[in-house]
Design a protein around this ligand. Structure first.
Ligand code: BES
Ligand code: MN
Ligand code: ZN
Length: 504
């Protein structure tokens, strides 16, 4: 898909489709008004016949309009004008993209980007949103279909987002470039997430990192194998991997494009390519969804791709500890005690709390090998976080107010939200163990928080944040599939960080 940003009148567009908004009730947007004048009131008459009231998300495709250079006009219902906020704007963009996905023409000019969104009056934002929502709708996962499968063709290949004035073009174009780079990252994260566990193994992810390094000259990759993990004393990561025949990998990607003396920002993503729970085996229902347990890792891949596409002038490191969690005669058992790389010992009370085990050694490795400006880990860590926040926001934990705030702001801006949960010391006692330094689970209460508190025992010396993405990383039911979240949040966070001098 080719995206463009232009400014120009809707009635003059020689394209397959012109897209304009209609507010509730039957109130044309300024762009629809101009079109209506040029086509002798044809839009007003469609509204009078009852085919478009302006209800949020409603669409109507009009053909053969008199006096028009375009082949079609797509009307999109925007809801009440005074309620037109970010949520409504995204909804309208989605409805338009869904319709354009099936349109017969090769090009379209979308005027929804000219609508006034309450609280957002910059075209970097509007165009970026438009590119992201459109690419989200256009995504298909077709890597695993058989030889008779016929992919549905999309005729549309060129989509222009309109801005009102020529002076708005630079902002719109910057938004488009950022949107396209982030969308590439989201696409990669979705595809890695959607690939099944028998294809997307730790070894596959390591190969993927090497391919990224071949594609982008600013990116280098290194993979730490199990033998080296032994030498490093990564007893927690290795304990998870024992029950699996697939060797674990610790994947490291470096994008050092900032000033030499700038401390790096580090992302650590949970890369559990399949989580059966281990000896504490999960129940069968929906267990297939545990192929998505590497979505934190997939997010890191996606963000590295977006940062590379944008040539972001920052020092950025992506780390993905990757393993399977399966039951086996050699698997780690409840009651077993391990020594982590940090030297702290851990009593395993539930082998299904494995994410924190692979992450804690990766975090210690990061602390020992870099002196990071900030570390953010991303993990499908707890079912408890899904109970707390559902699928609208990731859980956000941080030992640094400013870092937590920046992550939250970035998520709000791009529409990929995270919401703060506490890291108070009072929760730590839930991890007490009679036999080791602490246990890997903290009982039924506050499960998302005790998981974060466990990680905090490995990150006290760093500026650190943790995103529990268990509720947001994939959709369930008929729309089952990876969402690519929170690639948007983190990319926006890094874009803003790149714009700041101090890198903090
Ligand atoms: N990957 C799961 C968390 C998960 C569960 C994410 C369901 C999304 C949906 C994680 O490894 C896990 O199993 N966590 C346990 C922790 C418990 C044993 C303390 C959980 O949440 O049940
Ligand atoms: Mn688990
Ligand atoms: Zn897991």
């Amino acid at each position: 898909m080719e995206f463009l940003v232009k400014s120009g009148s809707p009635e003059k567009q020689r394209v397959g489709c012109v897209v304009v908004g209609i507010f509730d009730r039957r109130k044309p947007s300024p762009q629809a008004e101009i079109l209506d004048d040029a086509c002798e009131g044809a839009i007003a008459s469609v509204m009078r016949r009852g085919d478009m009231d302006g209800k949020l998300g409603q669409t109507a495709m009009l053909h053969n309009l008199p006096g028009m250079f375009c082949d079609r006009i797509l009307l999109v219902g925007c809801g009440k004008e005074r309620e037109f906020e970010e949520r409504q704007y995204r909804r309208v963009l989605r409805a338009a993209a869904q319709r354009l996905d099936r349109v017969g023409g090769v090009d379209a000019a979308n005027y929804l980007t000219e609508l006034n969104v309450k609280g957002r009056d910059d075209f970097n934002w509007s165009v970026k949103q438009a590119v992201l929502v459109t690419q989200d709708v256009f995504y298909r996962f077709e890597a695993c279909r058989g030889s008779d499968y016929k992919a549905r063709e999309r005729k549309l290949s060129r989509l222009t987002f309109q801005v009102p004035r020529r002076s708005d073009l630079p902002a719109g174009e910057a938004g488009m470039r950022e949107g396209e780079a982030i969308a590439r990252g989201v696409e990669l994260a979705k595809t890695l997430g959607n690939l099944p566990g028998n294809i997307c193994t730790p070894t596959y992810l390591a190969r993927q990192a090497e391919e990224l390094a071949q594609t982008y000259s600013g990116l280098t990759t290194r993979v730490i194998e199990e033998a080296e993990m032994e030498e490093l004393g990564m007893g927690a990561l290795l304990a998870v991997s024992r029950g699996s025949r697939e060797p674990a990998k610790l994947i490291v990607m470096e994008h050092m494009q900032g000033p030499e003396d700038q401390k790096p920002t580090i992302l650590v993503g949970k890369g559990l390519t399949f989580d059966a729970g281990g000896i504490s085996l999960k129940p069968g229902a929906e267990m297939d969804e545990m192929k998505f347990d590497m979505c934190g890792g997939a997010t890191v891949f996606g963000v590295m791709r977006a940062a590379s596409e944008l040539n972001l002038p920052i020092n950025l490191v992506g780390v993905v500890p990757s393993s399977e969690n399966l039951p086996d005669g050699d698997a780690v058992k409840p009651g077993d005690i391990l020594t982590s790389m940090s030297g702290q010992t851990i009593e395993i009370l539930n082998t299904d709390a494995e994410g924190r085990l692979i992450l804690c050694d990766a975090l210690t490795w990061v602390e020992r090998n870099y002196s990071p400006a900030a570390v953010v880990d991303i993990a499908t860590l707890t079912g408890a976080c899904v109970i707390a926040l559902g699928s609208h926001a990731a859980g956000l934990f941080s030992n640094n107010r400013k870092l937590g705030r920046s992550l939250r702001d970035a998520g709000d801006l791009i529409g990929d939200r995270a919401w703060p949960l506490p890291l108070w010391e009072e929760y730590q006692s839930q991890l007490n163990s009679n036999f080791a330094d602490f246990a890997n689970v903290g009982g039924r209460q506050a499960g998302a928080i005790t998981a974060a508190s466990f990680l905090h025992r490995f990150t006290r010396k760093m500026r650190w944040a943790h995103l529990d993405i268990a509720g947001v990383a994939w959709n369930k039911g008929a729309r089952k599939g990876a969402t690519g979240r929170p690639v948007g949040l983190l990319s926006e966070f890094l874009i803003r960080r790149a714009g700041q001098a101090d890198g903090e």
